[in-house]
Design a protein around this ligand. Structure first.
Ligand code: SAH
Ligand code: SF4
Ligand code: F3S
Length: 483
């Protein structure tokens, strides 16, 4: 490392702190360049690893860094956990059921460790940022050898070295705002589609959400680092990039020495010549007219926007600390539809937030009808310890919650089908990803609007942009013919 991190360092078995993680001291963000110390080089020779990834695209991108570091240490990646010497769980803390799944997996793995004394089990990602996880691991999961969080991926070489050579259990989680680490080697999963982090963390503090605590403060990468990364991807033959951040519309606000916004970045990236640009996730309050205008101006920015609304009730939106109203949301998307008539909109919705009445829920259904969403991730509210909403009265009973989710999903699926139907008979460009998971003899790929298309074609088309005529629309996908 060129610069030492100024951070609170937790020694062995000391728990992280959600209340520390909440602080926003607004210290200067350090940009640090990653290097592997001589001492750790080759510690992976003759050893294997596997990374299991849960949660959002942020975690998928982090896993590409973990793989990049492991390859550089000489480890070989395997796809079967039974063959892995080092097994990573890159975890998600967003809902209780996501966490329960991980505990189930950890329990199931015990026999693998008995058979392979070289095996290290590593828990990383968002779960270790919570005290409750670390306490659980300490008390009930001796099979876990290394625990680290979202801020210290770059220290993997040291942790593995310590676990192997000093035979000690390693636990280090930084509960602080975070820095930016550049230059971590990336092992990208695809040769044509790439994730590009543009910022880290979140300062929104929606009252239900754990992410601001697990990911630290909003901090933007330098524009040039991002632009150069995308130019490099273009040179390597990549066709599509997805820009990542928890609230990409806040990009640049923390760059004190320059006046540079997400709209500026989007425009600069559109000019690099990359064929397709997507981005996620947007916050409805921060999505501005400039960004929508840039989207409309450049053909290589795809006509799809994922804009989580969470609820259609102004009361609930207020209790969620979302800082916009149903009317403001509808105004924004109406402007977007005006400047990009072909746009596809998708969203996230939470049902059964504490105090959500039948009337509040009806407001959500009304908003879904008015917005014409063409897809949504829908969730039952899950209590997250340490967040404000966990202490709210009037938590909704599970039967009501389930009923609301089913009602909402029915409406969302109608929107999904309707959104697909409008493309029947059209000729669309798609990026071919590979063979379909369910219909193996067919190729599949996504349109600009992010619609999945299955069609017959040769293997050599994989990784290319092709034109397809849509012959039939189904609820979840389109069927097409190569032209
Ligand atoms: N930063 C993004 C995504 C955050 S997590 C955004 O702001 O939209 C993805 C989704 O998980 C959220 O949009 C929200 O719908 C859902 N989510 C977050 N916390 C949740 C909780 N405690 N219970 C249920 N769903 C939750
Ligand atoms: Fe969570 Fe809200 Fe931040 Fe999204 S914007 S990550 S929902 S706190
Ligand atoms: Fe989950 Fe962390 Fe992403 S909690 S949704 S993996 S930021």
């Amino acid at each position: 490392m060129k610069k030492q991190l100024k951070s609170k360092k937790y020694s062995l078995f000391e728990a992280p702190s959600l209340s520390d993680a909440k602080m926003r001291k607004k210290h200067d963000i350090e940009n640090i360049v990653f290097e592997i110390d001589q001492k750790y080089q080759n510690i992976g020779i003759n050893k294997t690893y596997m990374v299991k990834t849960y949660g959002c695209q942020g975690n998928i991108a982090d896993s590409e860094k973990i793989c990049g570091i492991m390859d550089n240490l000489g480890f070989v990646e395997v796809k079967d956990e039974k063959c892995a010497d080092v097994l990573f769980f890159n975890t998600c803390a967003i809902r209780e059921n996501a966490e329960n799944r991980i505990y189930g997996e950890l329990g199931r793995l015990y026999p693998l460790k008995v058979n392979n004394p070289n095996m290290l089990i590593v828990l990383c990602g968002c779960m270790p940022q919570e005290e409750v996880t670390v306490n659980n691991i300490k008390e009930k999961y001796p099979q876990v050898d290394i625990v680290f969080g979202t801020h210290n991926i770059y220290k993997i070489p040291e942790y593995i070295y310590d676990a192997y050579t000093e035979k000690k259990r390693v636990l280090e989680v930084f509960s602080y705002e975070g820095d930016i680490i550049e230059g971590i080697p990336l092992k990208r999963d695809s040769k044509v589609k790439a994730w590009v982090d543009i910022m880290y963390g979140c300062d929104e503090f929606c009252t239900y959400c754990i992410v601001p605590y697990t990911r630290g403060s909003e901090r933007s990468r330098r524009p040039n680092d991002i632009i150069n990364e995308v130019k490099d991807l273009v040179n390597k033959g990549y066709i599509e990039v997805t820009l990542l951040g928890q609230n990409v519309n806040a990009y640049g606000k923390d760059l004190k020495d320059m006046d540079y916004t997400f709209a500026n970045l989007l425009e600069d990236l559109a000019k690099t010549g990359i064929k397709r640009i997507r981005y996620t996730t947007s916050h409805p309050r921060d999505l501005d007219k400039e960004t929508m205008d840039v989207m409309a101006k450049y053909k290589n920015i795809m006509p799809h926007l994922h804009l989580p609304v969470q609820s259609g009730s102004n009361d609930i939106l207020k209790k969620m600390n979302r800082k916009y109203t149903k009317e403001m949301y509808l105004d924004k998307i109406n402007y977007l539809k005006k400047v990009i008539p072909s746009i596809s909109l998708t969203t996230d919705i939470i049902v059964a937030f504490p105090n959500e009445s039948e009337e509040d829920f009806e407001e959500t259904l009304d908003l879904v009808r008015k917005a014409d969403f063409e897809g949504a991730y829908t969730f039952i509210y899950s209590k997250r310890k340490g967040t404000p909403a966990a202490t709210y009265d009037n938590q909704i009973d599970p039967v009501t919650a389930k009923r609301r989710l089913l009602t909402l999903n029915k409406l969302i699926n109608e929107g999904f089908a309707k959104g697909n139907k409008r493309f029947e008979g059209e000729i669309l460009e798609i990026l071919v990803e590979g063979y379909s998971e369910t219909k193996n003899h067919l190729l599949c790929g996504y349109t600009g609007n992010n619609k999945l298309v299955n069609f017959e074609g040769d293997e050599e088309l994989i990784g290319k942009l092709v034109k397809v005529k849509i012959t039939k629309a189904y609820t979840w996908h389109l069927r097409g013919e190569l032209i």
